[in-house]
Design a protein around this ligand. Structure first.
Ligand SMILES: C[S@@+](CC[C@H](N)C(=O)[O-])C[C@H]1O[C@@H](n2cnc3c(N)ncnc32)[C@H](O)[C@@H]1O
Length: 228
């Protein structure tokens, strides 16, 4: 189901600014892949993202949802490692590029779906990993959003969040992201992403990875470890 025409097919949204934000991202789409960390055209930068993300996934084929996928660079990277990805974005121009990027992948491992990442048009209890890079910070009511994303996870699943507080003034700090995850009943693990190989240059702002597991599944894991 990868109909990219028309408006997003997600649940009704409570976000009155949505149409304006879609227009903003549509305007960004043509040049979106130009920065090294966006298009991953430099093999060294691509390798750095592979080394960061692939070890966070279970054995292939895992089911992954990428929310706010942009041109689907990360979805394509993950699919190339044998995983199956549902990639969601609300910008028709980003979706068009995402679809073109994944079109040649053997076995069509990426479904590109139009929808609001805050209300993903995806089935609950279906994913090993919900991945989101550089989107959570801009969504209204991020705690509610994290709860919706958690509902997409199968038992044992994880949220993989890559965010930042950028020199432009946009974004959320690592501490803020951790606090949001905790408020959504997640157990977050925060890792600063300072390696210039990820960004294609030295950085001085706050960029990080948060891997967050639902508290209920962490508690279950501990219980089963103790009862052994
Ligand atoms: C900074 S880009 C990140 C793209 C991709 N995650 C990456 O890391 O290359 C933000 C993307 O999120 C999308 N986006 C922002 N808010 C969204 C929402 N509420 N629903 C769906 N997509 C959204 C934008 O259209 C854009 O493609």
């Amino acid at each position: 189901m990868d109909d990219l025409s028309g408006p997003p097919r997600s649940e009704p949204t409570d976000d009155p600014g949505l149409a304006g934000r879609i227009a903003v991202w549509d305007a960004e789409a043509a040049a979106y892949d130009d920065p090294a960390d966006h298009g991953l055209r430099d093999p060294a930068v691509r390798a750095a993202w592979s080394a960061l993300l692939l070890p966070l996934l279970p054995s292939a084929p895992a089911r992954v949802a990428e929310l706010g996928c942009g041109t689907a660079t990360l979805s394509a990277l993950i699919a190339a490692a044998g995983h199956r990805v549902d990639a969601v974005d609300f910008s028709p121009a980003m979706l068009e590029r995402a679809r073109a990027k994944v079109a040649g992948l053997p076995g069509s491992p990426v479904r590109v779906l139009a929808g609001d990442a805050a209300h993903p048009p995806l089935t609950a209890d279906s994913y090993d990993v919900v991945l989101c890079r550089h989107v959570l910070w801009a969504l209204p009511d991020p705690v509610a959003v994290l709860r919706r994303w958690t509902a997409l996870l199968r038992p044992g699943g994880v949220l993989v969040l890559v965010e930042g507080s950028w020199s432009t003034g946009a974004g959320i700090t690592g501490a803020e992201c951790v606090a949001l995850a905790e408020a959504a009943d997640l157990e977050p693990a925060h890792t600063p992403l300072v390696d210039p190989a990820l960004w294609g240059r030295e950085i001085s702002d706050d960029r990080y990875l948060v891997v967050a597991r639902p508290r209920r599944s962490v508690a279950k894991q501990r219980e089963s470890g103790e009862s052994r």
